[in-house]
Design a protein around this ligand. Structure first.
Ligand code: XMP
Length: 322
C-alpha cells in the first residue's frame, strides 16, 4: 500500500540521517520475522555498512541455519556473517538438565560470541581508513502481539545484548505490532513464508529436549520436528496455528520393530492457537493427519518409540515444554 511505502521511505531517510555517511551498524539476526525485517530495512538504508550476524547455536531446527543464510544473503542481499558456535554451545550444555540454566548458558554464550565478533570487526576497521567505526547496534524487536498484555518481550530475544558493547541503539520496529511488522516485511519484498513464520524461542530446541541436550538427542528432536512441520505445511494448516513443534521426553518407552522390542523417546507434539501468547488453546487437528504424522515419525526417526499430542491449554500449561 502507498501508506506503507511512504512509511518505509520515511524510515529509510530517518536511518540515513541518524547513521550518517560513514558509521557502520551491526545487528544479530535469527531468521525470525522481526530481525529479518529490521535487517532488510537497514540494507535498504545503508547497504553494506550494515553487518548482520547469525550465530549458529547448535539448537536451531533441521537445516535452519543454512536456510536463513540462503535467504538473507542470496535473496535479500544482506551483508551477513555466520558464526559457527554449535560445538561451543553444545559443549557448555553438556550435563545440564535445568531449563533456566539452559537458557542462561545459551544467552551467555551468544553474548560472548557476539562481543568477540564486534571486537574483531573494530580491529579490522582500524586497518581500513575508508571504513567508518562501528557505532550502532540494530535491535530488531517489535512490540510483539496485540492483546490484553501486549508485551511478552523479551530479555532473551536475539538483540537483547548488553550495554558493555558501548554501541548506540537503532530500534526501527520498537513501536510496531507483529502484524504491522509482517505487512512492512511484505512491502520490503520479503517472501510470505518468512513473513508468516511462527515465532521460535531464542534457546531453540534446547527447551524442547526435556533433560540433557546431547548431539544425538538434538538430531532426534530435529528429525521429528521437521516431519511434523512439513506435514502441517503440506496439509495447508500452518497459518491456522500460532506455534507448533515437537519435544522429546527424557525417559524411554517401549515399542516393537519387526520382532524386536525397541526403546525410544516419546515425541510430544504441540500446536497452539493464540492471539497474544499469554493464553493459548491446543490446535484441533484432523485426526487422520495426526495419525499420519505419528506413523511417519515412529517409522522414520530412529530413537522415537511413541508419539503423543499435548492438549494442555495455557494456562495452566505454557506453550513451551520447559
Ligand atoms: P511460554 O512457554 O512461556 O511461551 O508459554 C510464550 C512464548 O514465549 C516463547 N518463549 C521464549 N522465547 N526465549 C525466547 O526467545 C525463551 O527463553 C522463551 N521461552 C518461551 C515461546 O516460544 C512462546 O512463543
Amino acid at each position: 500500500s502507498w501508506v506503507m511505502k511512504d512509511f518505509i521511505q520515511k524510515e529509510i531517510v530517518r536511518i540515513r540521517h541518524l547513521v550518517g555517511d560513514h558509521d557502520q551498524v551491526i545487528g544479530a539476526v535469527s531468521g525470525g520475522v522481526d530481525s529479518t525485517v529490521a535487517a532488510k530495512l537497514m540494507k535498504e538504508a545503508i547497504g553494506d555498512r550494515f553487518h548482520a550476524i547469525l550465530v549458529d547455536n547448535g539448537v536451531m531446527r533441521l537445516n535452519e541455519c543454512e536456510q536463513v543464510k540462503e535467504t538473507l544473503d542470496k535473496h535479500l542481499g544482506i551483508n551477513l556473517t555466520v558464526i559457527d558456535g554449535a560445538e561451543l554451545f553444545l559443549s557448555r550444555l553438556k550435563g545440564v538438565t535445568e531449563p533456566e540454566k539452559k537458557r542462561k548458558i545459551i544467552g551467555g554464550t551468544f553474548i560472548d560470541l557476539f562481543q568477540e565478533k564486534v571486537r574483531s570487526m573494530e580491529e579490522e576497521a582500524k586497518d581500513k581508513p575508508d571504513a567508518g567505526p562501528i557505532v550502532w547496534l540494530l535491535q530488531g524487536t517489535s512490540v510483539s502481539f496485540r492483546g490484553p498484555s501486549a508485551t511478552i518481550k523479551t530479555h532473551h530475544n536475539v538483540g537483547g545484548l548488553p550495554d558493555t558493547l558501548k554501541l548506540k541503539l537503532i530500534e526501527p520496529l520498537r513501536e510496531m505490532f507483529k502484524d504491522e511488522v509482517r505487512k512492512f516485511g511484505e512491502e520490503l519484498g520479503i517472501h510470505r513464508d518468512l513473513v508468516m513464520r511462527h515465532p521460535f524461542p531464542g534457546p531453540g530446541i534446547a527447551i524442547r529436549i526435556l533433560g540433557e541436550v546431547t548431539p544425538e538427542r538434538v538430531a532426534i528432536a530435529r528429525a521429528a520436528d521437521n516431519i511434523f512441520i512439513s506435514e502441517i505445511k503440506a496439509a495447508g494448516v500452518y497459518d491456522e496455528m500460532s506455534q507448533a513443534y515437537v519435544a522429546i521426553s527424557q525417559d524411554r518407552a517401549v515399542g516393537v520393530q519387526g520382532d524386536a522390542r525397541v526403546y525410544g523417546y516419546i515425541a510430544i507434539l504441540r500446536a497452539v492457537k493464540t492471539l497474544d501468547f499469554m493464553s493459548a488453546e491446543p490446535y484441533e487437528f484432523d485426526f487422520a493427519l495426526l495419525k499420519k504424522i505419528s506413523t511417519r515419525i515412529v517409522n522414520e526417526v530412529d530413537g522415537i518409540a511413541r508419539v503423543t499430542y499435548d492438549i494442555t491449554s495455557k494456562p495452566p500449561g505454557t506453550i513451551e515444554m520447559e
